[in-house]
Design a protein around this ligand. Structure first.
Ligand code: ATP
Length: 594
């Protein structure tokens, strides 16, 4: 949560906060008075206790002042981040957290790192016009003849990039993706600028504005992988200025960063030249650079767009190749897709295999590096993960080493909304939104709808939740798959059809795709009869053990019936009667991925 939001919440409880931070102070009229932020009795520090200004403080003798987070920092001698943490504890607010995958990163060694060579220093100051104080603040160094940009966080060397003059680059491998420049950011800063390169960050600093840089330049996706690891650290800043190049990749990065860090607090900076270092070399004044920050704008709300913005998109609609997540079976690829921005319902009568099918789908996606998040209220997390691991192994009795390697290899690809029993719909949505933004999740699964805190017959509540999930999928450009029960029809011998989805009408209207998972019970009975009495299986009974009957597919209108063969020993669903189960992640690959 941003520092200013925390300060606002504190000001609603200002009486308690001042008594905690300044216990020796006392009330004088509408203010709490103390001697200073050190807490002694006196008059010079005053905190407003009422009205619009509640929580605003100033110390007449030191000239300090600000809001209650600032007071917390001053009284407790804490950095902004630590003060926010303590204040959140005080307020009893738990921040949404999914701990980042514990991926092991390399740390660069400091071996061979020496003071900045004079040749490097001269290039920085004379050619690039970077101030010497800036070079010191960012603690640039030299190493084996290379100019070294150290990525420091709390004094720890997390990563490093190198430049050989004039223009060769390298970086230490396997290091954590993180921002450059924390060493130059004041502990008390309430806003930061983010640039597209280290020299641009240092150029802004030379102008007097300490700045961070992304590690891998513009572009989207993996290029902005640092967001996952820096997300918490950036949470306290009220304003984040994005000063990236105004070319295609720069704008793509701007959009992705603003979406994920919060459109409301990100401001896009436009400069008179290509980037901040160019401005510095061209002699743009500090006043003009400050004006660029002042004039920085939020990105327009995603809902507001000019028709001309769609030029490329309109043309690509003419030539569009339908795109989306593909199911594990190749024969479905032209028939059914889980499209970004869409919602699907996977419905079926009890015991017809909905959970097993969706688990196979997630297993296939996650092992192909599609980030997935599953809220399974049907089973405890270790249980559904165990089932999925068996499907991934594709063998009935995998070894312990294989299962451990599979689970390790799923790090960074599969997340669980880990609650036992019923979960609250609102909380699921909050966590999904967080997971989508932080980890770029492409497939979110709810298994199942009735276990999201609704009474069995609360169809209005379920309908509203499905509507919220559909809005979420559309706005975030991700896919949400919802498992839902079907009413028992007279006999399970025939698929039940769309109207049997519980709470139907409303729910199926709202989503883009409806799939009925139907298990071929007549075939199972006929097989038993064949074994017991030798009665041949009648031709009219299809030979597949499960059918995915697509009852609605808004994008294409295709409503195929997809036959699958259930393999009991691995619980995999196979695309043909002659197919054999196969590993979705062979042991050797699982070991290298882990
Ligand atoms: N075609 C099939 N033939 C035999 N067994 C199957 C078939 N499909 C699924 N199963 C098995 O049936 C059991 C029930 O499956 P699953 O839990 O996935 O059903 P579900 O539709 O999600 O049930 P519920 O509505 O109770 O949650 C599991 O043990 C699963 O492995």
């Amino acid at each position: 949560m941003r520092a200013t939001e925390i300060a606002q919440r504190l000001s609603a409880q200002v009486d308690g906060v001042v008594r905690l931070l300044l216990p020796n102070g006392k009330r004088v009229g509408q203010e709490w008075r103390a001697g200073s932020a050190d807490g002694e009795t006196g008059q010079s520090l005053g905190v407003h206790l009422t009205g619009d200004k509640a929580g605003v403080w100033s110390d007449f003798s030191s000239g300090e002042g600000g809001d209650l987070v600032g007071l917390w920092m001053a009284c407790r001698k804490l950095s902004l981040r630590d003060a926010c943490k303590e204040a959140l504890d005080y307020l009893g607010i738990r921040e949404d957290r999914i701990d980042p995958p514990q991926k092991r990163f390399q740390r660069p060694t400091r071996e061979g790192v020496v003071r900045l060579h004079s040749e490097h220093a001269a290039w920085l100051t004379e050619t690039r016009r970077i101030a010497s104080s800036t070079i010191e603040a960012y603690r640039l160094a030299s190493r084996d003849g290379w100019l070294m940009f150290p990525y420091l966080r709390d004094d720890e060397l997390v990563a490093a990039k190198y430049r050989k003059l004039p223009k060769s680059f390298r970086q230490d491998a396997e290091c954590e993706p993180c921002l450059f420049g924390w060493q130059a950011i004041a502990e008390s800063a309430r806003c930061v600028i983010i640039t597209e390169g280290e020299l641009d960050a240092m150029a802004w600093h030379t102008y007097g504005f300490p700045t961070l840089s992304v590690p891998m330049g513009g572009g989207g996706g993996a290029k902005q992988g640092w967001i996952a690891t820096e997300f918490d650290r950036l949470a306290v800043y009220d304003t984040i200025y994005l000063s990236l190049d105004s070319d295609g990749p720069g704008q793509q990065a701007e959009r992705e960063i603003a979406e994920r860090l919060g459109r409301g607090r990100c401001r896009v900076v436009r400069l008179p030249h290509k980037d901040a270092n160019d401005c510095l070399m061209q002699g743009v004044s500090t006043v003009d650079m400050a004006a660029c920050l002042r004039d920085a704008r939020t990105l327009d709300p995603s809902e507001l767009k000019g028709a001309a913005d769609f030029e490329d998109a309109v043309w690509s609609e003419f030539t569009r190749v339908d795109d989306g997540l593909r199911l594990p079976w190749q024969k479905t690829h032209n028939l059914l897709l889980l499209r970004p921005g869409e919602t699907s319902i996977w419905a079926g009568v009890n015991g017809h295999g909905k959970s097993a099918v969706i688990s196979h789908v997630v297993a296939s996606m996650a092992t192909q590096d599609v980030p997935c998040c599953v809220a399974s209220m049907e089973f405890r997390t270790p249980v559904w993960l165990m089932r999925m691991a068996r499907q991934i192994a594709g063998t009935p009795n995998p070894t312990e080493a294989y299962i451990r390697a599979i689970i390790r290899a799923l790090k960074g690809k599969l997340w669980a909304f880990d609650v036992a029993g019923a979960a609250k719909a609102k909380r699921i949505l909050e966590v999904f939104r967080y997971a989508r933004r932080r980890y770029g999740i492409e497939l979110l699964v709810i298994d199942n709808l009735t276990k999201c805190g609704f009474a069995d017959d609360d169809y209005a509540g379920q309908k509203q939740f499905v509507e919220e999930l559909s809005d979420f999928a559309r706005l975030e450009g991700t896919h949400v798959a919802i498992v839902a029960h079907m009413r028992k029809v007279e006999s399970e011998d025939h698929p039940a059809g769309k109207m049997a989805v519980k709470g139907s009408g409303g729910i199926t209207d709202m989503v883009d795709t409806v799939i009925e998972v139907w298990r071929n019970k007549p075939l199972e009975r006929a097989q038993e009869a064949l074994e017991r009495t030798g009665t041949p299986i009648p031709d009219r009974i299809g030979s597949a053990s499960t059918y995915l009957n697509v009852l609605k597919q808004r994008a294409t209108g295709n409503e195929p019936s997809i036959a699958l063969w259930f393999d009991k020993s691995t619980t995999q669903f196979l695309a043909g009667s002659e197919h054999m189960p196969r590993s979705l992640l062979p042991l050797s690959l699982a070991c290298t991925a882990a």
